[in-house]
Design a protein around this ligand. Sequence first.
Ligand code: CA
Length: 407
Amino acid sequence: MTEFGFGHATDVGRVRSDNQDRYFGDGTVFAVADGMGGHSGGEVASGLVVDSLVNRERIADLADLVNLVHHVNDRIVETARDDPTLHGMGTTISVLAALDLTDGEGRLGIANVGDSRIYRLIGTELEQITEDHSLVEALVRDGRLTPEEASRHPQRNILTRALGIDEKVLVDAWELRAVTGDRYVVCSDGLFNELTAAEMSEVVASTDDPQAAADVLVARACDVGGRDNVTAVVVHVTDADDAGDDDQRVLSIRRAVPEAGTLPPSAPRDEADGSPHGDDDEAGDGDPSPSAPVGAERGRVRGRITWRVGALVVAVVVIVVLAITAVAAWARSSYYVGVQGPDVVIFQGRPGGVLWFDPTVEEPVNLGVVELDDADLDALRAGVEFGDIGEARDYGRRLALRVRSGN
Ligand code: CA
């Protein structure tokens, strides 16, 4: 069984009046949940994460870990349904767990929803494992913001996924090899929006005491701003049944990709390949049709040429039809939140349309343009895109919540 040392710390920060972050660590499972929602909703949602981890069943493999996250989501959705004052509450979850496999090899599972993070430190190299489900992360991925700009962006707390918002939730998960000496940091955005990766790495590498590292991380984040609740769990892998190649730590990645209609997915749904950077793009699908063999013997092969020309025409028609179908599917496979007249609404399609495929109004967001400030209005006029309608709804709810709570 893999053994760990760990420490954790949390602080309300310098700006907020209550701490909606929760952490968990019991020697085999470590987690951070960053709750959100008015009244006591945020604390209830993140508290349900902790309660579900305390009362968990055995986590034998990655599927068990992902199921656990789905179970927490169900509990939060049901709790909010039963109590109107908790309506709209949600939480992130970033969880690291020793997988209780029977083959003896130390394996770790990671599951993530929202914008809390898990980093791994090898020596002094800090690497972010999880990917945020937030608006600014989407803008960074798009090249429209740098990570530094994202950490100061006024809309940095808008999530594209969270627990408790919908009955269906998309969970990203990783399976890693446990390697003695590796260190992990599980934290809320209140930490990484204040400290750079280099600052975090320096603190975690500087001491063999994970509790001291967690205390220093949180204290420093408060010292330099503390604009949000700050939470860190520092985990040291102290004894792993090391087997196999230490350089091959990531064994599998399961990114939950929103359903992409009829268009073939551009990224693999299940990356069995261990390398997080190893996107070997395959070359195109081959050229569709070599030119027909016209030449000296034309007269003799007339029948064949005719057949080949016919086949070529059919191939070209098929390719054109497939291309139009693909463009139509792509144009309609996305949703965005935008503005129509005085209302904020969810559109199906792409902002501005694609060719002759115009976006259509899918549903209202229950938010008026007059409630928005200029920055939000500009973002919505341009259209904020999502892969599925659930994410667009999450964004709309969160935007309404934020606008009305004045955050
Ligand atoms: Ca936060």
